[in-house]
Design a protein around this ligand. Structure first.
Ligand code: ACO
Length: 311
């Protein structure tokens, strides 16, 4: 790579300029972005499954309408993100193939099952809460199309978080059984939510370079700490207990100290050994194969329109 081009690129990034699709960029920058954006897109799409599972069983029409809208939003987020990745010269087919063959990752969080309605509330509150924490800084990521996609995604995600917390408030103020469900959901989703931020900074192979290139604006540990600091008081307001006996306010650092994450579990889930990983991948592959006729029909329709224009 031409050192003058590299230098100019580094200067622009350091000056907080956006890099656009037609600008020169180092191959490693392009590859990192394709990896992160496509994995982010896959997470949105696979993330529709645990919640989609509860659409037919939502406890009221209001909750059903909200959940339907939310799951549709996730599909939209996946689509913006695939488009952002396509501007880097990769095709939708290549990305989908990478997911289906197990080459591309998606967030560990979506490999856990949704056992009760309270899980839907907890996902909105914790999982979407963690997602916003990670995505708000990405509105200033150095690649223009990714940053712009994040603006709309964050607006919708913040609605998702609020509806989840509101559903959690209803359960926490409900019957004894509802409170127990809410606590059980918090117990099961707390640690996996902390894992969403990725490995600790000193074990994260990509963080240092991605921070220098301003792809990432905050590190995994910084975001995880912020999430804990914001979420613990919310749990207290609900009258629920965060399942961490080491959790304690640290006056000096102005944040909470918290217990050690089970990193073995994290890496096992990353390797595809999560509790419902096989079901998730099967659902995605089946959807792709069974709906091939939709893609074929859309292609045929587009071809006919083109032919009509020529005639
Ligand atoms: N689940 C699955 N894989 C993960 C996770 C996780 N929670 N955290 C880290 N990894 C993977 C990384 O993808 C990387 O693997 P790869 O090099 O094969 O891609 C490896 O573990 C090492 O991690 P890092 O060096 O820390 O990787 P990176 O710098 O990409 O940071 C992070 C990971 C924070 C997830 C980053 O990619 C990111 O911010 N992505 C955008 C947000 C996103 O994808 N959110 C998805 C969940 S939120 C939602 O969809 C609702």
């Amino acid at each position: 790579e031409d050192p003058a081009l590299v230098e100019e690129f580094e200067r622009r990034v350091a000056a907080d300029e956006f890099i656009e699709p037609k600008d020169w960029m180092p191959e490693a920058y392009r590859k990192t972005l394709v990896r992160q954006i496509s994995q982010h897109a896959h997470s949105e799409i696979v993330g529709m499954l645990p919640e989609g599972n509860w659409i037919t069983r939502a406890p009221s029409l209001r909750r059903k309408a909200i959940l339907l809208a939310k799951v549709q939003d996730e599909a939209g987020h996946g689509l913006y993100l695939y488009c952002a990745a396509e501007t880097l010269g990769t095709s939708r087919e290549e990305m989908v193939e990478a997911l289906h063959s197990g080459k591309a990752k998606y967030s560990t969080i979506f490999n856990y099952p949704t056992l009760t309605w309270a899980d839907i509330a907890a996902i909105g509150w914790l999982v979407d809460g963690a997602a916003i924490m990670n995505q708000v800084p990405l509105q200033r990521t150095s690649y223009g199309p990714y940053a712009r996609a994040m603006v709309r995604v964050c607006k919708e995600e913040s609605f998702h978080q609020r509806q989840g917390y509101e559903a959690m408030i209803a359960l926490a103020n409900g019957t004894g059984e509802q409170r127990r469900m809410a606590q059980d959901a918090l117990n099961r989703w707390w640690w996996p939510s902390l894992m969403m931020f990725g490995p600790p900074d000193d074990k994260s192979p990509n963080t240092e370079r991605s921070m220098r290139w301003r792809i990432k604006r905050e590190t995994n540990d910084e975001l995880r700490q912020k999430f804990v600091d914001i979420t613990v008081p919310q749990a207290e307001f609900l009258g629920l207990t965060v399942p961490d006996s080491d959790l304690a306010w640290n006056e000096e650092k102005g944040g909470y100290d918290f217990g050690e994450i089970d990193w073995e579990e994290f890496y096992a889930v990353v390797r595809g050994e999560g509790p419902v990983a096989k079901e998730r991948m099967k659902a995605r592959r089946d959807a792709w194969e069974k709906n091939a006729w939709v893609r074929e029909a859309a292609d045929a329709h587009a071809a006919r329109k083109r032919a009509a224009k020529v005639a």
